[in-house]
Design a protein around this ligand. Structure first.
Ligand code: IVH
Length: 670
């Protein structure tokens, strides 16, 4: 890469970094996960390391945290509130320790104060003559916001210290956080507990802060009038004796391998804590050594944060629930103790299917490792059998549908010659409540009828209120009743009405897709619409074995035909289609008249020269012809390319069907 390009790339990363800072710190509404944010930061730092000419005052190497918000008065920290460097692997810890030995020219071992790194936001409390005089946020590390009144609402923060050995003036620093339990109550509003704490703490009105219960744990000091503390561990004990809450899991350890062991164990049990921890902080315990070590530009040399994985975490399965999908598939879902994985709080993990549960022997009460990467649904990667309780029982997958009580089956797949891994409810219609709700959600979805004022949550609510039972009920809603519901204003009701009205005109393929027939996805729906042309023809498929005709269309196989038959065998399904036909205006497929191949059907066998099958098909269709996929009396022309299937050619000959070479077909076309 050229220098200019590198600079351009760097500047765009800085710009993005500033944008996400603002979203995170000022708006409390991040649009990327914490780990994506960390990655962005490390890309910038790496670029700077590699290309020394890169430099920007807004770089994360210069900025700590984010500039204070305009809504609060500013406060210049007497001693900057810096951040910590991160370690992810044992190697990083070894490097960290080696640098300390070198810097101090030390020969003997030293101790570490090991402290859980609570994932909240730091705050500084200044006490003068035993009284809390002001409380400040970290801000950008140099200048914070005065949020004294908000901090005073936190019950863990003493307003006055009774002890007589308390310094005349001291600034206590610690972490403000929200418990997991309290976070769950407001989880719709915030991405994770940390955002919730930050949002609550920086409310303009302390009465708003009071509404979300916050906690505070103290862990260090900034400025102090009598600096005679010797050890961090002693200072933590002192904090406690003065009335501050400190972490009961703080520890004293003295070697990298014991740090690593403690870290591994803590990572496995952190789900048991009622607050989010994103790693451990290791601090040189001897405060004299800390002073000698000092700071680099934005972090102390005497401490490091050993982070937990951003992709996986251990937690406990509280329950296994069986969800029923639109096509009747029973999907087991593990309800787990909420755990923060890379900034996202996970409380559900898919267990895929019955076979997966059996293979991994997953049970209620098990401690499991969950992985969450990108957009993939969190899933269990392994069970920690050592942590299993003696009286734990094997999970028994239900043999009846948990929603409607119907029998469930595992279908035999004739292609793989195996039973499906998925168990299904055998209900084909709307009699199974869970299937019905899912089918209505599918009906309104974007590629189907597309009613954007009616989301999945609203469908569930309207179902509970018995406003809708079948798709057609959507067109008979009582808007008066809806407008009296909580959260429904005039505008939202009129938006809903508008989008429902708008959805009435629909193309045939979307209509077919909206019915949610198993194995009939959007592509198959298009093929069927192309074949049937009108809604009436489609409906007529339900009569007199007409569906079998579909077998001859390219792209439709036995599976789809069987599924359509099942669908039309159900009386409620037929009623739904009939009713929808009377409400909706389903646009017929344009029937091209007068095309060269009108009423003519074609089939291809063998490889064509210089033209793909798809193009050949579309040429036929543009000329009003149709494509079939098997040789029968209904076929008019069999076009043969290179290496045709002999059986097909023979069959065509036997039936007296006209056989064309590619060249002859072209001649016919032109
Ligand atoms: S010491 C100069 N100790 O981690 C280092 N920080 O990235 C001062 N944190 O801003 C921090 N638990 O919000 C320290 N026991 C602990 C901590 C802790 C959580 C947070 C704090 C700080 C960030 C550092």
């Amino acid at each position: 890469m050229k220098k200019d390009e590198i600079k351009k790339e760097y500047r765009s990363k800085i710009k993005s970094y500033l944008k996400h800072n603002q979203l995170y710190y000022e708006n409390n509404k991040p649009s990327i996960t914490d780990s994506e944010y960390d990655k962005l930061k490390s890309v910038i730092l790496e670029l700077e390391k590699k290309y020394k000419f890169l430099n920007d005052e807004n770089s994360p190497s210069k900025l700590v945290g984010y500039k204070p918000s305009k809504s609060f008065d500013k406060y210049k920290h007497k001693i900057p509130m810096l951040s910590l460097s991160n370690a992810f692997h044992e190697e990083d810890l070894k490097n960290f320790e080696k640098k300390i030995f070198n810097f101090l020219n030390l020969k003997t071992k030293f101790e570490y104060s090991v402290e859980p790194k609570i994932d909240g936001i730091s705050a500084s409390l200044t006490y003068k003559n035993n009284k809390l005089i002001h409380g400040v946020s970290r801000g950008d590390g140099k200048i914070g916001e005065i949020i004294t009144e908000n901090l005073k609402t936190i019950k863990d923060i003493p307003l006055e210290i009774k002890s007589n050995n308390f310094p005349d003036e001291i600034e206590i620093r610690g972490e403000v956080f929200i418990s997991k339990k309290d976070f769950l109550k407001i989880k719709e509003k915030f991405a994770n507990p940390r955002n919730a704490a930050s949002g609550s703490l920086r409310q303009k009105d302390p009465n708003e802060t009071k509404k979300i219960p916050l906690n505070f744990m103290a862990y260090t000091y900034g400025y102090t009038s009598n600096d005679d503390f010797k050890y961090q561990s002693n200072f933590l004990r002192k904090l406690n004796s003065w009335g501050f809450r400190t972490n009961k899991d703080n520890k004293l350890l003295n070697a990298i391998d014991s740090l690593v062991k403690f870290h591994k164990n803590f990572e496995e049990i952190r789900f048991d804590l009622d607050y989010d921890v994103d790693g451990l902080v290791y601090k040189v315990n001897d405060l004299n050594l800390q002073k000698r070590l000092g700071f680099t530009s934005n972090a102390p040399r005497w401490a490091i944060a050993h982070k937990f994985s951003a992709h996986s975490a251990s937690t406990k399965i509280i329950n296994i629930e069986i969800q029923v999908g639109r096509t009747g598939a029973l999907t087991p879902v593990a309800k787990v103790r909420p755990i923060n994985i890379g900034g996202v709080v996970v409380s559900n993990a898919t267990l895929h299917n019955e076979d997966e549960i059996n293979r991994k022997d997953i049970r209620i009460g098990d401690v499991v490792k969950i992985e969450r990467a990108g957009d993939v649904i969190p899933h269990v990667i392994e069970v920690d059998k050592l942590k299993r309780e003696i009286n734990s029982k094997k999970f028994k997958f239900p043999s009846k549908c948990p929603s409607c009580g119907s029998n469930t089956i595992k279908e035999f797949n004739f292609i793989t010659k195996k039973y499906d891994a998925v168990r299904r409810c055998t209900n084909e219609g709307f009699a199974c409540e869970k299937i019905a709700i899912e089918r209505i959600k599918h009906f309104i979805s974007k590629d189907a009828i597309n009613i954007d004022g009616l989301g999945k949550k609203v469908v569930e609510k309207f179902w509970d209120l018995k406003f809708i039972k079948l798709p057609q009920d959507i067109y008979n809603l009582n808007y008066q009743k809806i407008s009296s519901l909580d959260g429904w204003g005039m505008q939202s009701v009129s938006n809903l009405k508008f989008s429902i009205e708008n959805s009435k005109e629909v193309t045939l393929d979307k209509f077919i897709f909206s019915l949610g027939i198993r194995h009939i996805g959007i592509e198959n729906a298009k093929i069927i619409a192309d074949f049937t042309k009108t809604i009436n023809n489609f409906f007529n498929l339900s009569k007199n074995n007409k569906i079998n005709e579909l077998t001859h269309i390219d792209g439709i196989g036995e599976t789809q035909v069987k599924s359509l038959k099942n669908f039309f065998q159900n009386k409620v399904n037929i009623k739904v289609v009939e009713k929808l036909m009377s409400i909706l205006k389903v646009k017929n497929k344009e029937i091209k008249k007068g095309g060269k191949f009108r009423n003519r059907s074609f089939m291809f066998t063998g490889k064509l020269q210089n033209i793909s099958r798809a193009e050949a098909k579309s040429l036929i269709e543009e000329n009003s012809g149709s494509i079939v996929s098997s040789v029968s009396k209904k076929l008019d022309y069999l076009v043969i390319g290179e290496k045709p299937t002999n059986r097909k050619v023979q069959q065509a000959k036997n039936l007296g069907i006209k056989i064309l070479s590619q060249k002859e077909w072209y001649d016919l076309l032109n």
